[in-house]
Design a protein around this ligand. Structure first.
Ligand SMILES: NC(=O)c1ccc[n+]([C@@H]2O[C@H](COP(=O)([O-])OP(=O)(O)OC[C@H]3O[C@@H](n4cnc5c(N)ncnc54)[C@H](O)[C@@H]3O)[C@@H](O)[C@H]2O)c1
Length: 303
């Protein structure tokens, strides 16, 4: 089994993609910490231990080993308790999957500081807090694997998600930075941009015929489709895979690009603002990227 002897923490594992990753890791032999605060989609309202308990029951029914943890990823002290819960239950930690998430979609000119901060706190700050807490143990044991959930909303773009997109693109930079800083300790860090019908995607509007068609395609994509890639990336079999960004969509797996210069222009005597307009922009314009959203780029039916 790919994860025999490993201890994995999966944040936000009380449902959706995180639950499927936790189950798949347990079936590959990992002992799993199921972290989830049982939040609503927006992160507001009452919290519940039930979603995590349900994941635990599924894992145990299938012969796996798991414990639950209900601390929030979104604060430093509670994120440290999540990592500690793995040490308390299983004596070590080998894998951290940063999957917990909320949404507060809002068109940009109406987005409130609260909407911005709530999403940044769970996704970006939360991924830092849990990763930083795990990093101490990974460094001491000279091994460890991070898998972070990013999104094509950040990698490509989407309407009404400035908070979420910024957090998700920030997570790719966090992952790359961890990969660079911790490679010397045998630690790896990779990202997955998942696609799945889950509570999170159930808020996608489905009023117009185009929206209805898009939602119908999403509904066919089970959250379990993302799990095999996450399990592999977390395993020692992925020892040569570090600092990469993947996407998983139904039965497709993609390697996503990372930013590089695509075209350059040089002027020996330097630039004035006027010359930028007369020379640089016309020269570069052919390589401008359109204002694409994720569905413009992933425009074909998943197979
Ligand atoms: N579903 C998709 O198509 C899709 C697309 C791109 C990215 N993602 C990402 O995948 C991840 C999982 O999404 P999902 O679709 O399964 O959503 P989901 O809403 O089903 O699951 C998210 C889980 O995170 C938990 N959570 C929220 N705040 C938390 C906190 N502070 N601490 C601990 N747990 C918390 C929730 O209770 C919930 O169970 C998220 O990071 C999401 O941004 C999903």
């Amino acid at each position: 089994m790919l994860l025999e002897g490993k201890v994995a923490i999966v944040t936000g594992a009380g449902g959706g993609i995180g639950r499927e990753i936790a189950i798949a890791m347990a079936l590959e032999g990992a002992k799993v910490v199921i972290n989830d605060i049982g939040a609503s989609l927006t992160g507001e309202g009452g919290l519940s231990a039930t979603p995590g308990e349900q994941t635990k029951a599924i894992i145990e029914q299938r012969g796996g080993t798991a414990v639950t943890n209900t601390d929030s990823v979104a604060e430093w002290a509670s994120a440290q308790r999540i990592i500690q819960s793995a040490l308390d239950a299983f004596g070590r930690v080998d894998i951290l999957v940063n999957n917990a998430g909320i949404l507060r979609d809002q068109i940009f000119h109406k987005m409130t500081p609260e909407e911005w901060l709530a999403v940044i706190n769970v996704h970006l700050n939360g991924s830092f807090f849990t990763s930083r807490a795990a990093a101490e143990h990974f460094r001491k044991q000279n091994s460890g694997a991070f898998v972070h959930m990013t999104s094509t909303s950040g990698l490509i773009g989407n309407f009404g998600q400035a908070n979420y997109s910024a957090a998700k693109l920030g997570i790719t930079a966090l992952s790359k930075s961890i990969a660079l800083d911790m490679q010397r300790f045998g630690v790896r860090s990779n990202c997955i941009a998942p696609f799945a019908w889950s509570r999170m995607t159930s808020s996608i509007p489905s009023e117009t015929p185009e929206q209805k068609a898009r939602v119908a395609k999403l509904q066919a994509m089970g959250p379990e489709k993302n799990a095999p890639l996450a399990v592999f990336l977390a395993s020692d079999a992925a020892k040569d895979v570090n600092g990469q960004i993947f996407a998983a969509r139904n039965n497709e797996i993609f390697l996503m690009g990372q930013s590089r210069p695509i075209k350059g222009i040089h002027r020996g005597e330097g630039w004035t603002p006027e010359l930028v307009g007369e020379h640089a922009i016309p020269a570069l314009k052919a390589a401008f990227l359109p204002l694409d959203r994720s569905p413009d780029v992933f425009s074909w039916d998943p197979v």
